[in-house]
Design a protein around this ligand. Structure first.
Ligand SMILES: [Zn+2]
Length: 292
């Protein structure tokens, strides 16, 4: 089970979210059969998306993050609903894994140079779209830069995915998202910076058995902390046969008739969950009827 906890300091100056996303990143690795570096990139982006989604609060709101770099990994996408349930996709799931000298996965090189796009959709409003150049391609720094540039919100973001080097299975994944609210004092910032500097990595804390709340206490050491809410999150794809039918109905009639392959059926696989949808010629004729 994965859990997000959201907290605020009792002086109202700092908000913090922490997540243990081990299970959902484990699920993503199984669905997409990602190489180790692809697991880390996708896992970090899913972890961030879940925390950012859980902040939206409004029902039916969604957020999507899209990392488009020129590296061998290709595009990485993660989307979350306002309950923090996520789904994601990486263009080149087999991307060759390289390491830094210290043994850490070199996610930045796999991602390359490019941009991070953030799209927020709130019900009844025009989508909000923000774009920032990638700082390092290591994802956490790119999220921090997005908040600083597009939302003018000073943010600390830490993300981690620990992969078993031989089996490729996800051992631990998690993250922290800490934001300074308007009016925070200089000493608050200094205290926070010191905590960030002294803190272990997210995966080191999870390995030690820390809960999301323990991680918040670590980054907000010296602050009085109140828990705002706690929620269960996971990997969930919202695709349905009906939504795919609507896409087909939107196509010109002659294109619908050209969809079936040599075996006489048309099939489509969802990018996010690998679920396969099959349409027979009869299904397609029925959709054409609905169109008219
Ligand atoms: Zn799906």
């Amino acid at each position: 089970m994965n859990k997000i906890i959201r907290c605020i300091t009792s002086d109202g100056a700092v908000m913090a979210s922490a997540i243990d996303s081990s299970d959902l990143v484990y699920a993503a690795q199984k669905i997409h059969r990602t190489s180790n570096v692809a697991t880390a990139a996708l896992g970090r982006l899913l972890t961030a998306a879940s925390m950012m989604g859980a902040q939206l609060k409004q029902k039916d709101a969604t957020i999507s993050l899209r990392v488009a770099g020129d590296g061998p990994l290709g595009v990485v996408i993660a989307a979350s609903d306002s309950d923090g349930y996520v789904r994601g996709y990486v263009e080149n799931s087999n991307c060759v894994t390289e390491h830094y000298q210290n043994g850490k996965l070199n996610v930045g090189k796999a991602v390359g140079e490019g941009v991070l796009n953030v799209m927020k959709k709130l019900p009844g409003a025009e989508p909000y779209i923000g774009q920032v150049p990638l700082v390092s391609g290591e994802i956490a720094e790119d999220i921090t830069s997005y908040y600083a540039t597009s939302e003018q919100l000073p943010t600390v973001c830490a993300l981690g995915v620990l992969v078993d080097k031989t089996t490729g299975e996800v051992l631990f994944a998690g993250g922290l998202l800490v934001q300074l609210l308007p009016g925070a004092f200089e000493d608050t910032i200094e205290k926070l910076e010191k905590n960030v500097h002294d803190m272990d990595s997210v995966t080191a804390m999870l390995t030690k058995g820390y809960t999301p709340l323990d991680m918040v206490h670590e980054i907000l050491k010296g602050f009085e902390v109140e828990v705002l809410d706690e929620m269960e999150v996971g990997y969930r794809c919202g695709c349905t046969r009906e939504s795919l039918e609507n896409v087909i109905i939107g196509l010109p009639e002659d294109e619908i008739r050209e969809l079936p392959d040599e075996t006489g059926v048309a099939s489509a696989t969802c990018h996010f969950c690998n679920k396969k949808y099959v349409f027979t010629q009869e299904d397609l004729e029925n959709l054409i009827k609905k169109k008219n």
